[in-house]
Design a protein around this ligand. Structure first.
Ligand code: J9Q
Length: 249
């Protein structure tokens, strides 16, 4: 089944260029998903094809007009699929959203630009507003690409025989453990000895401890969301000398 993804954007090439690269490009070539870009400018009838206008009430910047957006969503996109708008005022997009969307038939993403989108258009066409982080972008295109990559890599068949998706850090609510590759000593710095031991049980235990310690030190919010550290997890950290955060961090 081909996952149908529509992106409403006034910069269609910004989205389609990235979607041709790497895992996204291969997944499209293999028929797992199909991108369609929809430019609101094509739904304008005035000589200047205006997609934005000054905000009512005054203020800086321009607002995306409701009419071209409403026309696009009504006449072109499949309303049976969820419509997500990328806006700085949305709720945070999560891995759980990616999983839910990847289980469906497709998705429409609406990229805001300028200072925002006319709220009436958002109310009418968008099922949800989401953000990919608390920082300022010039528009929703880069955020839409984050959502696309998070969803498409979860579609059946896209990752092939790469590691099980359930083992990944956000799926488990923990950050990933640190990784190393050759050489075993680089500029005097050694790879943790356990990783060279061939003892797969010891390696798994070290990795679990390292993931817990990292999450505790860098993302206490993630640890709190899964109920903090259990007694067994505290023991595991202590057994690896990781029971205290490193000094200076
Ligand atoms: C449209 N800052 O930023 C982070 N996620 C989404 C956004 C965003 C923005 C401005 C316009 C999306």
């Amino acid at each position: 089944m081909t996952f149908a993804l529509d992106v409403i954007t006034i910069f269609p090439e910004a989205v389609s260029d990235y979607a041709r690269t790497s895992i996204l490009g291969r997944a499209a070539a293999e028929g797992h998903w199909q991108l369609r870009t929809l430019d609101p400018r094509t739904m304008t009838s005035d000589p200047h094809r205006t997609v934005d206008d000054a905000p009512y009430g005054g203020g800086a910047g321009m607002v995306m007009r409701a009419e071209p957006l409403g026309a696009l969503v009504e006449h072109v996109t499949d309303l049976a699929r969820p419509v997500l708008a990328l806006t700085p005022a949305g709720r945070p997009f999560t891995q759980a959203d990616a999983r839910r969307l990847a289980a469906g038939p497709g998705l429409t993403l609406l990229c805001g630009r300028y200072e925002g989108i006319d709220q009436r258009a958002l109310d009418l066409v968008a099922d949800e507003e989401v953000t990919v982080g608390d920082f300022v972008l010039a528009g929703g295109e880069a955020a839409a690409l984050c959502v696309i990559e998070a969803v498409v890599r979860l579609l059946p068949g896209v990752l092939g025989n790469e590691a099980s998706l359930d083992e990944e850090s956000f799926a488990a609510g923990l950050l990933e453990y640190p990784q190393y590759t050759r050489p075993a000593v680089w500029r005097g710095r050694e790879v943790p000895a356990v990783l060279l031991s061939g003892d797969h049980g010891a390696i798994a235990a070290w990795r679990h401890a390292a993931a817990l310690a990292r999450t505790r030190d860098r993302r206490p919010d993630l640890l709190a969301a899964r109920g903090g550290l259990s007694a067994a997890e505290r023991d595991l950290l202590a057994a690896h000398g990781l029971d205290d955060p490193p000094a200076g961090e």
